[in-house]
Design a protein around this ligand. Structure first.
Ligand SMILES: [Zn+2]
Length: 91
């Protein structure tokens, strides 16, 4: 294959869909296929199992996260809200 420096994993689409879209797709897919650190066992073995479902290949810990990354800014905000609500409920 020729030069795929810019589009990386989106190179498989050839000339289709336009360069901008392919570049955007490449960024997202790179993030989705990367390995992340497990919040339980700390090993870098968390992989995307399905959209929004992440699993640690070492300890088996499975959790809900973002569609393309295990943690999102919106998810963090939601966690904060959930924590403050549960604190209020128990007080
Ligand atoms: Zn783990």
């Amino acid at each position: 294959m020729g030069r795929t420096k810019k589009v990386g994993p989106a190179a498989r689409f050839g000339a289709r869909f336009g360069a901008t879209l392919r570049k955007r797709f490449a960024d997202i897919e790179r993030a989705a296929k990367a390995k992340y650190r497990c919040p339980i066992c700390e090993s870098k073995r968390v992989v995307r199992k399905a959209v929004g479902i992440w699993e640690c290949r070492k300890c088996g810990y499975t959790f809900a996260g973002g569609a393309y990354t295990p943690w999102t800014r919106l998810g963090e905000a939601a966690r904060r809200v959930a924590r403050s609500i549960s604190r209020r409920a128990s007080a």
